[in-house]
Design a protein around this ligand. Structure first.
Ligand code: 5GP
Ligand code: ZN
Length: 112
């Protein structure tokens, strides 16, 4: 499958890994929008949040179990933002489900 994040998970494309377990991979965004900008992805390919259902939703729990560990590791003791862009109107550019963790500064209030 021609998926950028599947290739990153497989190690075929290099990434700056910050966390990995059996189900989840996390790495630094190549174009950071905040002092800390990490992408958290399920190791299985799911194209977007709109394709979550009862059969695959366990990966969401695994991702959200990983996020506090990643935040602690990154020193985000004063909070952070979790973002998921979904589909065309959500401006999702990489079609492998991912959550952005942004932090390390006071983030803008505007959510678009
Ligand atoms: P989206 O716009 O789909 O929510 O977010 C995709 C994110 O992936 C963007 O923030 C972009 O900077 C990041 N990105 C795109 N290509 C690469 C890459 O090859 N490596 C890394 N680490 N991040 C990437
Ligand atoms: Zn993929």
């Amino acid at each position: 499958m021609d998926c950028l994040f599947c290739k990153i998970i497989a190690g075929e494309i290099p990434s700056s890994k910050v966390y990995e377990d059996e189900n989840v991979y996390a790495f630094r965004d190549i174009n950071p929008q905040a002092p800390v900008h990490v992408l958290v992805v399920p190791k299985t390919h799911i194209c977007c949040a709109d394709k979550i259902d009862a059969a695959n939703s366990a990966c969401i729990a695994r991702i959200f179990e990983a996020i506090p560990k990643i935040a602690a590791q990154e020193g985000l003791t004063n909070g952070y933002r979790i973002i998921n862009n979904c589909g065309e109107d959500g401006c999702q550019t990489v079609k492998h489900l991912h959550f952005h963790i942004l932090g390390g500064k006071k983030l803008p209030e505007n959510m678009g």
